[in-house]
Design a protein around this ligand. Structure first.
Ligand SMILES: [Zn+2]
Length: 317
């Protein structure tokens, strides 16, 4: 059985257990927590540890923390939170959507080398290594700089063998172009997971992605625009179509985020994501799995989605 690199070191595939494949402890911007920590609200470590302890107590063993450099990655925070909560955390390298203008002109081989170092040697100044690669494109499609990052991620994957998660925009069918780039780079598409795919109910498009060999991240719960129940109906429909072994539901939950000033000048105690999902990492356990069982899924199906699929995707076994 293969292993995957967590923030505390290698994790045996058999020890991954119940796994959420796209979550965040903290999302902000690179360097923000070091320079303007108060924007993220009080007692950050304490709040994050408490949220993940609650998750662990309710049977969540592992989470992929999808926070790249440009989303404010803080490897040492993740290390503390993993150690104190007992949840295995796996961090990513690669890039999300924010490429600073001074970086325009960097090339894919150059960025691939940096990502490979994150995987093999660790994030600079720490002993924390990345376990996955991530790239992104959204409503504007794969812009030239996002294409550089996608190709860099593909090349770092070919060198290291670690799997790729992809922030995508299903409403614009953006994965068609992202997959084309991976194919062009020679990536084995069974090591690629196309995320945020439950922001659509268009199963014809999702079936096309699955037929390319990719996994699907159905990782927005409760999410916006599409109701949670509709998301679960789409999940069940794809299971019934025979794709149960490549579907990965998760929340895209953010525990620590910027607390934005109210119109009256006060600072809210809870940030917008906390307000929209007070259950945090437990929403799926409390609402989605019961809904899925009600639709006729079995406990074995639940294990496939949250134990077998993550283990297979993460370890490559
Ligand atoms: Zn995310």
């Amino acid at each position: 059985m293969g292993t995957i690199t967590g923030v505390l070191g290698p994790i045996d595939g058999r020890d991954l257990g119940f796994t959420l494949m796209h979550e965040h402890v903290m999302v902000c911007a690179s360097g923000l927590r070091a320079h303007y920590p108060d924007l993220l609200g009080p007692d950050q470590e304490t709040r994050a540890v408490a949220a993940l302890r609650r998750a662990k107590e309710n049977g969540i063993d592992t989470m992929v923390d999808a926070t790249t450099f440009d989303l404010g990655r803080d490897p040492l925070l993740l290390k503390t939170v993993a150690a104190e909560s007992g949840v295995n955390l796996i961090n990513v390298t690669g890039w999300w959507l924010d490429v600073p203008r001074f970086m325009h002109g960097v090339g894919p081989n150059q960025m691939a080398r940096e990502f490979v170092r994150d995987i093999e040697e660790g994030f600079r100044g720490t002993d924390v290594k990345a376990g996955l690669l991530k790239c992104a494109a959204d409503s504007e499609g794969v812009t030239p700089m996002l294409e550089v990052m996608a190709r860099a991620v593909a090349r770092a994957h070919l060198e290291t063998g670690v799997p790729i998660m992809v922030h995508s925009f299903p409403t614009g069918q953006v994965a068609r172009r992202q997959i084309e780039i991976f194919r062009d780079e020679g990536v084995d598409l069974t090591r690629v997971k196309i995320d945020h795919s439950n922001d659509t109910t268009d199963t014809e498009y999702l079936e096309w992605i699955l037929d390319q060999g990719c996994y699907l991240g159905l990782d927005r719960y409760p999410g916006r625009n599409v109701s949670p129940h509709m998301r679960t109906l789409t999940l069940k429909r794809l299971m019934d179509m025979g794709y149960a072994d490549r579907l990965c539901p998760a929340h895209d939950c953010i525990c620590l985020h910027i607390h934005k000033e109210n119109p009256d000048g006060s600072i809210p105690e809870e940030h917008e994501f906390q307000r929209s999902n007070p259950e945090q990492y437990l929403y799926i356990k409390r609402f989605v799995i019961p809904d899925l069982l009600e639709m006729g899924a079995t406990e074995e199906d639940v294990d496939v989605l949250f134990v077998d699929n993550p283990r297979r995707f993460l370890t490559g076994d």
